[in-house]
Design a protein around this ligand. Structure first.
Ligand code: AMP
Ligand code: MG
Length: 324
């Protein structure tokens, strides 16, 4: 069962848990967040486990200042202006990922963009104390409403986490507004705690709404990483020249003839597999193999989200003909 500690006395314990790779429920000005070290894939996989999220979607990374932010995202004059005006606060900026940034690929769901926010309150002190950027989706089970008080978080997640930090009801009460910087344009990805009009006024630009043209098909949104290679699921047998994404201690037939092999988790841990999924898909794709064969992966726990992502990666790729 989770311990609930008041924000004034929770910093040391929370920092210890974060540095040991555990998610902690913490207040932010928007809603309570389920925070974990964004540089640690195992810690990020635990977020998905605790929330029982059936899908990997990219998570927002929280920073304590511009120095940390500039080490993670590529800022341009427009994004810098928005950050200067609205941070800390309920605005999330989606930016190109800085080359060499120490953010685990599971946080980004394999994308080379990153959602960044500078929050206020306890979470900001926790980032400063640990020196780690924190990935933090809302502190609730998948499908439940976002927790905006410690008792609400306890009722939902109390049995699955070690610590809930209580700082009373959250002042904003809804999630952050998410804006994507697309060169000279701004796209509203999610309305939230900062009014779109305020952003438009500060930017001197209209916010574009809706998905960009040409990426209508489900699973093919630009936010969904898809490898170039064809992905073949539940492979019981591997053909020569295929790249193999393996799982567990036992190899599929023909594995010796694979062009390259990555094992998501030799010991069969779904948490480890989740943490390795995006980087290993990228690595196998980079071998130039035309097919990535994937061994069967169980569906329990994190297996559901892993299989969901692999299914999307395996879906037919003919966007033009589908949206025509
Ligand atoms: P949550 O962390 O649950 O508040 O949700 C984060 C939201 O941010 C989701 O709707 C994501 O799809 C969105 N998001 C995070 N990172 C990105 C990104 N790199 N590109 C587009 N959307 C993102
Ligand atoms: Mg949520």
């Amino acid at each position: 069962m989770a311990v609930i500690l008041a924000a004034g006395e929770a910093l040391e314990k929370a920092a210890k848990l974060i540095l040991a790779g555990n998610p902690v429920a913490v207040p932010t000005e928007t809603v309570y967040g389920l925070a974990a070290d964004a540089t640690n894939g195992d810690a990020v996989a635990r977020i998905y486990e605790v929330k029982a999220r059936p899908r990997f979607n990219p998570l927002i990374v929280h920073v304590d200042g511009m120095e940390m932010a500039e080490g993670i995202g590529e800022f341009d004059p427009l994004s810098r202006r928005l950050a200067a005006k609205f941070w800390p606060g309920p605005l999330t900026l989606v930016l190109p990922l800085k080359k060499g940034a120490d953010i685990h690929p599971l946080v980004r769901a394999g994308l080379d963009t990153i959602a960044l926010r500078m929050p206020t309150g306890f979470i900001s002190r926790l980032i400063a104390r640990t020196g780690r950027p924190l990935a933090a989706p809302s502190a609730n089970s998948s499908g439940h409403i976002s927790g905006t008080s410690a008792p609400a978080v306890e009722a939902d997640l109390g049995a699955r986490i070690a610590l809930i930090v209580d700082d009373g009801p959250t002042p904003v009460g809804v999630e952050s507004t998410i804006v994507k910087i697309e060169g000279e344009r701004l796209r509203l990805l999610r309305p939230g705690g900062l009014a779109a009009e305020e952003i438009e006024e500060a930017a001197g630009l209209k916010l574009e709404r809706g998905a960009p043209a040409g990426v209508e098909a489900p699973g093919m949104l630009s936010s969904h990483y898809a490898p170039r290679a064809r992905v073949r699921l539940n492979a019981a047998e591997i053909a020569a020249g295929e790249a193999l994404l393996a799982f567990g201690p036992k190899r599929a037939k023909g594995a010796d003839a694979a062009k390259a092999v990555r094992n998501l988790s030799p010991r069969g841990s779904l948490r480890e597999a989740a943490a390795n999924l995006f980087s290993m898909l990228h690595e196998l794709d980079a071998t130039g193999a035309s097919v990535i064969a994937v061994e069967p992966i169980p569906f329990d726990g994190l297996g559901e989200a892993i299989n969901d992502r692999l299914r999307r990666a395996a879906a037919p790729r003919d966007i033009e003909s589908r949206t025509a």
